[in-house]
Design a protein around this ligand. Structure first.
Ligand code: CAA
Ligand code: NAD
Length: 284
């Protein structure tokens, strides 16, 4: 089956990137957002990312226009009904995602359509259980920034059908990604390892072991990471990092997954990182 009609729920950091790579691969994409302001912001993110590709000489202007012409952003979830795959990339909140999956189950008319979640951590089985078609539900975990990062984690539940796994893998390859497979355990492969590292850096900063700049330079220069852990937390979003840590802590009850008080306070204060202009660093 070739996938030509893609739906994305949530046009934030991740949803806008998934929409972009899907449209670049030739699919027609409808992004669903909660209100006109969020829809406009989603379109703005896609436009800026494509403008950057043109500036860097990676894309011609006419290709950018064609890609943009294949993407629409809507606040009417009914527009998802004819999609062959819908990828949910809304805020990392289980109740919200379960509501979205229940709604997609009612709406999406093709019983063979793939219902995927880009969740960073929430077990896919719980999202599948909100639908009457758990065999169609799969985790497709992209990485930030989506146009650059090569990986998709494919997360299957005991109920996901082999046909859906094969089609989701083919779609990930169609948008230029390499797949690794993970069982349905909170955090899958990458975040189970990455989140304790990021939380460890926040604890180190909170305890006064080193300045934030030195923690970040240490890991950039000493371990050749492209970003230090506090810069990376700003990049991922402190809110998302905390939600993911909470899901991991709930699943494993290990102290290494517990959100440090500093992270919790910063999220409560609205310091969500780059996307709000302030996190560990100031981007205003
Ligand atoms: N969209 C499109 N392209 C982008 C981009 C974006 N948002 N950001 C960067 N790029 C491209 C640039 O165009 C550039 O491409 P060329 O070299 O071909 O011109 C390339 O990426 C490098 O960009 P820059 O030179 O501007 O900046 P950089 O060298 O500092 O790289 C970075 C930026 C790619 C983001 C790099 O810092 C990086 O890899 N950081 C770590 C990212 C990471 O670890 N992501 C995973 C987060 S965890 C996650 O996603 C899972 C989860 O569930 C939380
Ligand atoms: P974000 O805060 O940038 O965007 C979330 C978007 O979802 C917002 O634009 C919001 O308006 C929208 N939204 C909320 N409720 C909605 C609803 N009912 N219908 C439609 N849209 C809705 O967050 P993000 O970083 O893009 O994260 C989205 C998902 O991707 C989360 O599950 C997150 O864990 C996961 N993820 C994030 C990263 C990362 O580095 N930030 C990486 C991989 C996966």
């Amino acid at each position: 089956m070739s996938i030509e009609r893609v739906g994305i729920i949530g046009g934030g950091l991740m949803g806008s990137g998934i929409a972009e790579v899907s449209a670049k691969a030739g699919a027609k994409v409808v992004v669903h957002e909660i209100n006109p302001e969020a829809a406009e912001a989603a379109l703005g993110r896609i436009q800026r990312s494509l403008a950057r590709a043109v500036e860097r000489g990676k894309m011609e202007e006419n290709e950018r226009d064609q890609v943009l012409g294949r993407i629409s952003v809507s606040t009417d979830i009914g527009e998802q009904s004819d999609r062959q795959i819908v990828i949910e990339a809304a805020t990392e909140n289980e109740d919200l995602k379960r509501e979205i999956f229940a709604e997609l189950d009612r709406l999406v008319s093709d019983p063979g359509a793939i219902l995927a979640s880009n969740t960073s951590s929430i077990p896919i089985t719980r999202l599948a259980a909100a639908t009457q078609r758990p065999e169609s539900v799969i985790g497709m975990h992209f990485f930030n920034p989506v146009p650059v990062m090569a990986l998709v984690e494919l997360v299957t539940t005991v109920k996901t059908s082999p046909q859906v796994v094969g089609q989701a893998e083919a779609f990930a390859e169609m948008v230029g990604k390499t797949v690794v497979r993970a069982k349905d355990r909170a955090g899958f492969v990458v975040n189970m390892l990455l989140i304790p590292y990021m939380l460890g850096a926040i604890r180190m900063f909170e305890a006064g072991h080193a300045t934030k700049e030195d923690i970040d330079s240490g890991m950039r220069l000493g371990a050749n990471h492209p970003m230090g852990p506090l810069e990376l937390t700003d990049f991922v979003g402190l809110d998302t990092t905390k939600y993911v840590a909470d899901v991991l802590f709930e699943e494993y009850k290990e102290p290494m997954y517990a959100s440090p008080p500093l992270l919790t306070r910063m999220v409560e204060a609205g310091l969500h990182g780059r996307k709000t202009g302030q996190g560990f660093y100031d981007y205003r």
